[in-house]
Design a protein around this ligand. Structure first.
Ligand code: FAD
Length: 443
């Protein structure tokens, strides 16, 4: 299965490179404008490269399952973030080179006298700076996530539209019917993509509603929300995957949130998500009533034991609500009657706030499961692990693996815990490919 994902992964990287390079290839077709020096052409090439990278950002966040499966959603989002810096650098260096090698172009910065092509270009660069700043410092700027997401989408669309306007008005590279046709085709592709994301996908979700079956309290200020498909058969998922949920609104709403499944993948007719009260949206979960309509877009993610059929043992390292994908995994393996040796290292603040504490005890009877609780504030007389998960705790409890790929390790929890665990695993010489992380915070 791993090699299948590798082949698909390489294939989509090649497609990405082809699409990213397409505008440059179009430029090279046919005659070039005459009498223009190298640096001017180079600057233009950077501008086109920046435009195609920005346009491709919509593909990366369009939640195409075929695209995310080989890498995992968090890697794709990480790539999306890094590529914005590359596009921004191209967008900034493009005019800078012009200013240095053709100082007369500095006049284009004067928005009162500059032609519309320059106004469009300058505005696109300024908006891209604003978009990047808002994403980097969203929390510091106290911008609520859903509001940020709406602005992010709007700004990105306006930037690409302005950049295309800039290219069209500049005209230098649209001088043959072939180039014009190719550019129009490229434009139709992007409009089609936007229509898919904003219109077609929500319509498809509208036809596949779910309804709330129950909302049950769990330890640790969390709630288990169970939903069932209405008028359709739902979907299958792998344990450890997640879905985007929209509640009470139409699927056209921007207020959708990602949650890992906590239920067994062997019972896809009922989906359970276990949700910790953290903010505006998660605080509303406990108020949901049976029968209320919910939209579920999934499954997504690659954080699954099912992707590692060769493994002899699995280790799960969870902190707080990071237990949810592990719980789905344990419930699924119990349903399947699997006998793999399993270790769960589970960090919590105190004994009372351990979500699924009782069920984990029961699961130790049906699975070959060792649960190691690590408590920040242990009760009196506690002789288990204390404090935060660290290298010494991992050394005590990790099974010894003779070969790479035999013990697969899954990590999910607060970011500082994940960073510390990854560092400790690296110090212990565990191969990078043997541990897998799921981040609960995308921005
Ligand atoms: C792959 C994945 C799986 C997750 N699984 C679970 C789970 O099983 N149980 C659970 O309790 N939580 C899970 N989360 C986290 C959950 O999505 C956020 O806690 C929730 O969206 C917070 O929303 P809020 O409005 O209540 O909080 P807010 O206070 O508005 O947000 C708190 C933080 O959560 C993040 N966040 C908020 N809204 C979103 C959104 N729409 N999309 C992405 N991130 C957002 C932001 O970083 C934000 O700063 C998961 C997140 C991801 C990315």
């Amino acid at each position: 299965m791993k090699s299948n994902y590798v082949i698909k992964g390489i294939f989509w990287i090649l497609v990405y490179l082809l699409l990213a390079g397409a505008p440059l290839l179009i430029l090279l077709l046919g005659e070039m404008p005459e009498g223009r020096e190298f640096w001017r052409e180079f600057s233009v090439a950077l501008g086109f490269a920046g435009l195609s990278l920005m346009s491709l950002q919509f593909v990366l966040t369009a939640r195409f399952k075929f695209l995310k499966a080989p890498y995992g959603a968090d890697i794709v989002y990480h790539f999306h973030r890094q590529i914005t810096f590359v596009a921004l650098a191209f967008f900034l260096v493009h005019p800078l080179l012009l200013f240095v090698f053709s100082p007369d172009t500095l006049a284009l910065l004067n928005v009162i006298t500059a032609p519309w092509r320059a106004r469009a270009g300058v505005t696109a660069v300024l908006l891209l700076l604003a978009l990047t700043g808002m994403s980097l410092w969203r929390r510091k700027m106290k911008i609520e996530y859903t509001r940020w997401r709406i602005w992010h989408g709007v700004l990105a669309t306006v930037i690409v539209a302005l950049a295309v306007t800039h290219v069209v008005l500049a005209r230098h590279y649209l001088n043959t019917p072939l180039k014009q046709t190719l550019w129009i085709t490229y434009g139709i592709f992007w409009v089609g993509l936007l229509a898919y994301i904003r219109i077609l996908k929500p319509i498809l979700l509208l036809k596949r509603p779910y309804q709330v079956e129950s909302v049950l309290p769990e330890r640790g200020n969390t709630w288990s929300l169970t939903v069932k498909p209405v008028g359709h058969s739902g979907f299958h998922f792998m344990p450890g995957q997640f879905a985007w949920i929209t509640i009470g609104n139409s699927p056209f709403s921007e207020s959708e949130h990602p949650f890992s499944f906590s239920s067994s993948a062997e019972q896809p007719e009922m989906l359970t998500f276990t949700i910790k009260e953290l903010g505006d949206f998660t605080r509303t979960i406990k108020t949901l009533q049976p029968g209320q309509v919910v939209y579920v877009d999934g499954p997504f993610g690659h954080f699954s034991v099912d992707r590692h059929p060769h493994a002899k043992q699995f280790v799960m390292i969870a902190g707080g609500v990071g237990i949810t994908p592990m719980m789905s995994t344990l419930r699924t393996l119990a349903h399947r009657g699997e006998k793999h040796p399993l270790t769960l290292i589970y960090a919590n603040r105190d004994w009372e706030s351990i979500t699924f504490r009782e069920e984990l005890e029961r699961l130790q009877e049906s699975l070959t499961l060792k649960v190691v609780h690590v408590l920040e504030k242990p009760p009196a007389g506690w002789d288990g692990e204390k404090g935060y998960i660290n290298q010494a705790i991992l050394e005590r409890h990790l099974p010894k693996s003779e070969k790479p790929n035999t013990v697969e390790i899954f990590i999910c929890g607060p970011q500082p815990m994940m960073n510390a665990v990854e560092q400790a695993l690296s110090n212990l010489g565990i191969p990078f490919g043997d541990y897998h992380s799921e981040q609960f915070s995308l921005v």
